[in-house]
Design a protein around this ligand. Structure first.
Ligand code: IDP
Ligand code: MG
Length: 141
């Protein structure tokens, strides 16, 4: 039996700019994930840097932070069976050139950086990332 999990998703600025929030949310819902919390934010440089702290030493870190604060994002909690892995599958590979047909990144991403969505990569990171953006009272499962 697949365990019911929660994962953190972010619809990135390249996607909000092109008015794709609904089309991306339909991918989650059509494939069995429930959006149990959601809000639209414009991240500060400090918040984006903290969120992507694990990538601080990577060559693309500065550009990634600039991109993530270039417009609004939609942060959301997705719930469902094996939600962490299920969402990664719905998202597709980091580089849209390598993403499978039908995935969000294959259909919508502009580049390896402007790749439309973030999704937690483990259950531990999902818990940490959900609490970065949401109070328990804001999550209604
Ligand atoms: P993920 O989002 O698929 O988990 P990560 O390796 O965790 O991929 O990278 C975080 C984000 O950093 C990516 O989603 C993408 O926006 C950006 N990124 C990753 N690798 C590169 C790169 O080689 N060049 C530019 N940006 C990158
Ligand atoms: Mg990642």
């Amino acid at each position: 039996m697949a365990a019911k999990e929660r994962t953190l998703s972010i619809i990135k600025p390249d996607a909000t700019r092109r008015n794709l929030t609904g089309k991306i949310n339909a991918k989650f819902e059509d494939q069995g994930l429930r959006i149990i919390a959601q809000k639209r934010l414009h991240l500060t440089e400090d918040e984006a840097g903290k969120f992507y702290d694990v990538h601080r030493e990577r060559p693309f870190f500065k550009d990634l932070v600039s991109f993530m604060i270039s417009g609004p994002v939609v942060v959301q909690v997705l719930e469902g069976a094996d939600a962490v892995a299920a969402n990664r599958k719905i998202m597709g590979a980091t580089n849209p050139a390598n993403a499978e047909a039908g995935t969000i990144r294959k259909e919508f991403a502009e580049s390896i950086e402007a790749n439309s969505v973030h999704g937690s990569d483990s259950l531990d990171n999902a818990k940490r990332e959900i609490s970065f953006f949401f109070a328990e009272t804001e999550i209604v499962g």
